[in-house]
Design a protein around this ligand. Structure first.
Ligand SMILES: [Ca+2]
Ligand SMILES: [Ca+2]
Length: 214
């Protein structure tokens, strides 16, 4: 019986282990600077190992400050998680009265997080507005549920949009990760499988007792 214990444990682990896996967000904690990320505009990594995005002023040539990478986004449902801090960081007197028409209703600088296919079809999953001064305090953790994402989404974007609100805005980001929570086929064993496993274990136990009895 002793020899069988590891086998039984292994079968149990395979069948009952919580199925969690991380998608390939490369260097999501910025421990290797901006490796793996592509940036547009004013993006740096601070001494604490956090990405820092700052608006560059309207009409600066890049009204959106962007951090993005290609990844293998899971098909189906998963969580996108990261830590952030956002706030106004000085007065922007460069702007006229420009509000990006693609974001009607946004009058404040904001961080838009979205997933995209090569062919486009952006799917916005979060929009976080700047309000108040950048405090330099601790970051806030956010976990966003993404449901029923079709195949072929392979870009994740963090896009700091500079609206003409009279302010520069700064965003700090860290620990960006994707947690897949419903991968592939149902992780819960079918009742039939449970029955088979149950009878199998019972059989093994019986077999073990017989051997010990001999
Ligand atoms: Ca970090
Ligand atoms: Ca602004």
């Amino acid at each position: 019986m002793k020899k069988l214990i590891p086998v039984v444990i292994a079968v149990g682990l395979i069948l009952f282990a919580p199925v969690l896996s991380l998608a390939d967000v490369f260097n999501g904690d910025f421990s290797n600077g901006l490796d793996g990320w592509t940036t547009v505009g004013d993006v740096t990594v601070n001494p604490s190992g956090q990405a820092v995005l700052r608006t560059s002023g309207l009409y600066s040539g890049y009204p959106d400050t962007t951090l993005f990478q290609t990844t293998n986004l899971p098909v189906g449902s998963f969580q996108v998680e990261f830590d952030y801090l956002i706030g106004n960081d000085g007065t922007d007197d460069k702007g006229g009265s420009y509000i990006d028409p693609s974001t009607t209703g946004d009058i404040s600088d904001n961080l838009m997080v979205y997933l995209e296919k090569d062919s486009g079809n952006p799917r916005e999953i979060a929009r976080i507005y700047s309000s108040g001064l950048y405090s330099g305090g601790s970051l806030t953790h956010i976990s966003i549920s993404v449901d029923n994402l079709p195949a072929d989404y392979n870009w994740i974007f963090f896009n700091l949009k500079d609206q003409d609100d009279g302010f520069f805005t700064k965003v700090t980001l860290d620990d960006i990760q994707i947690t897949q929570n419903t991968p592939g086929p149902a992780p819960v064993p079918e009742p039939g499988t449970m029955l088979l496993l149950g009878s199998g274990l019972a059989g093994l136990a019986g077999w073990g007792r017989k051997k010990i009895g001999k």
